[in-house]
Ligand binder design. Structure first.
Ligand code: TMP
Length: 211
């Protein structure tokens, strides 16, 4: 695997998707071949699974079913899109990956971070990101941004109560401590241009290593 696998993580409304797009433009202008993608989704089968998971009518979905569906979508997306791009030497920018499952299903849903890690190992066979950027914003601020954005369709998880999003945030803090070499926190509670500059600064040394 000769490419670089970069994942973007954070609570809902952290603004990571905007920065991902800007980072993609910057890398392309700098001559890298970039693949932009997202989870759950990114390819036809996984987008279909996304619709099932996030459908607001699916209020009876069991937490383990939810965790397994995310892992299934992840598996298909990895083998069909991410690994081929990495094998071609591309830089893959992925909006969410396994850390989202550890935070949302493992901790916020209460399934256990280790348990959710196990089922995900079956799906990813040890393929972890090279770098993860965590967009750090207090959960109430993220939720305010979602509420203020009329264009954004509110999904089943956006509709969870504040304490769910607080648990997601707490889980990410634990993951940052556990995977301190891989996960880099970025202050997302500031102007978008500053968030972008901070993200670039973190990525720079890794890109130099790749050259
Ligand atoms: P998005 O809004 O960033 O596209 O993500 C969709 C929702 O799915 C978001 O609320 C986070 C959630 N999610 C999980 O709960 N577990 C996962 O493994 C992933 C990838 C996303």
């Amino acid at each position: 695997m000769s490419g670089l696998f970069i994942t973007f993580e954070g609570g809902d409304g952290a603004g990571k998707t905007t920065i991902l797009n800007q980072i993609s433009d910057w890398l392309e202008e700098s001559g890298y071949e970039v693949l932009k993608t997202r989870e759950p989704g990114g390819i036809h089968i996984a987008e279909s699974i996304r619709e099932i998971i996030l459908n607001k009518e699916h209020t009876t979905m069991d937490a383990r079913t939810e965790a397994l569906l995310y892992a299934a979508a992840r598996r298909q997306h990895l083998v069909e899109k991410v690994l081929p791009a990495l094998n071609k030497g591309q830089v893959v920018l992925c909006d969410r990956f396994v850390d989202s499952s550890l935070a949302y299903q493992g901790y916020a849903r209460g399934l256990g971070i280790d348990e959710v890690y196990q089922i995900n190992q079956f799906a990813i066979e040890g393929c972890m990101p090279d770098i993860t950027l965590f967009f750090d914003i207090p959960p109430e601020e993220g939720l305010k941004r979602i509420a203020a954005n009329d264009k954004r369709e509110k999904n089943r998880l956006d509709l969870e109560k504040v304490d769910f999003h607080e648990r997601v945030y707490e889980a990410y803090q634990m993951l940052i401590r556990k995977y301190s070499e891989r996960i880099h926190p970025i202050n997302a509670n500031q102007e978008a241009s500053k968030v972008y500059e901070e993200a670039k600064e973190v990525l720079h040394p890794f890109l130099l290593k790749k050259e």
